[in-house]
Design a protein around this ligand. Structure first.
Ligand code: SAH
Length: 217
């Protein structure tokens, strides 16, 4: 994709940082090594794009630390054949990582300006298997359901019902579950018999999910 550009050396250092943070899945590490993160942050912050840290992306939102994205995607155990729904596109960086680890990615962002910028960044990065729509992601994206995996990139007070409805049997949802000030990243699995398992993975602090099945306001 962007091998050989002037940021390639920084990207391999970032891969080492993500590996040092405990991520071992090769597909995820390869994605971190390939996605040009500098295209997903504001121009003034491009020099910091390859540090393993979160950065402001405008509209009061943040792009998470790359190792956090990597851990989340690793927890989904993608084989490369999945159709994935992402709620909360933000910068589009995680969308790009997912696109390299899955077959197709559908991503919904509530803030139109962020959705438009993410679309442009994905295009510039040469990612062709991800689609972005402006809307309330707590309602999912029904047109392309069912999804094998769903990732929610914002703090959720509950598992939004429409997301469970749009999940394929055996599918999983990964989301930061809990109140606005602290959450637990939780893996929700829809068993083939229709029952649901919830497995708490790790503590986290994300910006709030707004919308019909999110926080009010
Ligand atoms: N992973 C992103 C960061 C996401 S921040 C990245 O790589 O940049 C969380 C995002 O969720 C924000 O952009 C916020 O606007 C969005 N969001 C919050 N509520 C939403 C909703 N109901 N539907 C879609 N997006 C939502």
């Amino acid at each position: 994709m962007t091998r050989g550009d002037s940021y390639a050396g920084y990207r391999s250092k970032l891969v080492e940082a993500v590996r040092a943070a405990g991520v071992r899945e090769l597909a995820v590490l390869r994605a971190v090594g390939e996605v040009p993160r500098h295209l997903f942050v504001p121009p003034a912050l491009q020099r910091q794009a390859y540090e393993d840290s979160s950065l402001p992306i405008g509209n009061g939102q943040t792009i998470s630390q790359p190792s956090t994205h990597a851990r989340i995607i690793a927890a989904l155990r993608l084989s490369g054949r999945e159709r994935v729904l992402e709620v909360g596109t933000g910068s589009g960086y995680q969308t790009a990582l997912l696109a390299l680890c899955a077959d197709q990615v559908f991503s919904v962002e509530r803030v139109p300006a962020l959705a438009e910028r993410a679309k442009a960044s994905l295009r510039e990065a040469g990612i062709a298997n991800a689609s972005v729509m402006t809307g309330d992601g707590t309602l999912g994206w029904r047109a392309f359901a069912p999804y094998d995996a769903i990732v929610v990139a914002a703090a959720s007070p509950e598992v939004p019902g429409p997301l469970l409805e749009q999940l394929a049997p055996g599918g999983r949802i990964l989301l930061p579950l809990g109140p606005k000030d602290r959450q637990v990243i939780t893996l929700v699995t829809l068993n083939p018999d229709g029952t649901v398992n919830q497995e708490p993975l790790t503590d986290a602090r994300f910006v709030p999910l707004r919308g019909t099945h999110g926080f009010a306001g």
